[in-house]
Design a protein around this ligand. Structure first.
Ligand code: ZN
Ligand code: ZN
Length: 339
């Protein structure tokens, strides 16, 4: 039995699973959400110091063989040091996750790794085109700094956008496509695989809907394997991702931007669903929660996602040491291939 395709008839992309719909809610639902919110008191943003920056342990310039180091820069931006490779996911160093820098969600915490402190970057993975994941200024600055040395990987439909920013060194991948970098270079190469996610895309109401695909990523080098979920609702493909590419040393899963559920459920997991996804991904290795505490995008209090995650983790009777609930800037260090 083959699953229904994510290539929509007539062009563009869709979520193939029943119940997901487009995951993007229409203007009517958006207005209903904003109106509903007017009548409700929202919890204030965290006070200074409630989201402290940790001192990162970035390996300069690179990690040791057999080491997996992941530093949470903030939101879905991870600095992944896997074997001898340095990779960024959904890099955002700008002050706001927005088309303009004078309005839109502003950072609650500075980036956990200062721009100047970045080691040489080999590859950047993009999960989809929303402003909190694909930031034009950051893309331009990375390109200026690392130039053609840097391999950009994105799902289908991104080449034109990158070309407008001056970046030509980009490869577009469909779900389950993979690319290897560094084959024959002596040290283990890195294999990067685009995997499914349940989400949507569009940067402006003027663009056609869903012309750019969305995805999650598997990173594998030597014995180390990381799953980076990008932005996703809870959906049925986690067991297949694990069967094809697991077991994972670390699963980086989004836990924020889930309220109100009637509006957000198809596109964003809540912490309980993230724990369920972790179990379906094999239930081993570390869960590294992301997509919280950096930009306020939705209605839940900023500090609620980690609270609910701890509760769901305890209820599932999972070991404390495998919950990698990092502070901004904090580095998770795992040895791989030792058991
Ligand atoms: Zn998104
Ligand atoms: Zn997002």
């Amino acid at each position: 039995m083959s699953a229904p395709t994510h290539h929509a008839p007539g062009g563009g992309f869709r979520n193939p699973w029943p119940g997901a719909g487009s995951a993007e809610r229409g203007l009517g639902a958006f207005l209903r959400w904003r109106l509903q919110r007017l009548g409700e008191a929202t919890e204030p943003d965290p006070a200074p110091g409630e989201l402290p920056l940790a001192q990162s342990q970035v390996a300069q310039p690179r990690a040791e063989p057999g080491e997996l180091r992941i530093t949470w820069v903030g939101h879905s931006t991870l600095l992944v040091q896997i074997g001898r490779w340095n990779v960024l996911t959904d890099p955002v160093w700008s002050e706001r996750a927005s088309p303009v820098q004078w309005a839109g969600p502003a950072r609650l915490v500075p980036p956990g790794v200062a721009w100047e402190a970045l080691p040489p970057i080999d590859a950047v993975l993009i999960s989809h085109d929303h402003y909190d994941h694909l930031d034009r200024d950051t893309v331009a600055r990375l390109h200026e700094r690392f130039g053609e040395e840097l391999q950009w990987l994105a799902p289908l439909g991104f080449a034109d956008w990158f070309r407008q920013v001056g970046v030509r060194h980009v490869e577009e991948l469909d779900w389950w496509d993979e690319r290897s970098l560094g084959a024959g270079a002596g040290a283990p190469p890195i294999r990067l695989t685009a995997a499914p996610a349940q989400h949507w895309s569009r940067r402006s109401p003027l663009e056609r809907r869903r012309d750019r695909l969305w995805c999650s990523w598997v990173l594998q080098s030597g014995d180390a394997r990381l799953y980076f979920a990008g932005d996703t609702g809870y959906f049925p493909a986690f067991p297949e991702i694990a069967a094809r590419h697991g077991p994972f040393d670390v699963a980086a899963l989004p836990i924020g931007a889930y309220e109100p559920r009637w509006f957000m459920r198809a596109a964003h997991m809540d912490p309980g669903e993230a724990v369920r996804a972790y179990l379906e991904l094999g239930g081993r290795g570390a869960l590294l929660p992301m997509h919280w505490g950096t930009f306020r995008l939705t209605d839940e209090p900023v500090l609620e996602p980690p609270r609910l995650l701890r509760r769901a983790w305890a209820e599932a009777q999972l070991p404390e040491r495998d919950l990698a609930l990092l502070r901004h800037g904090q580095t998770l260090v795992r040895r791989t291939g030792t058991d």
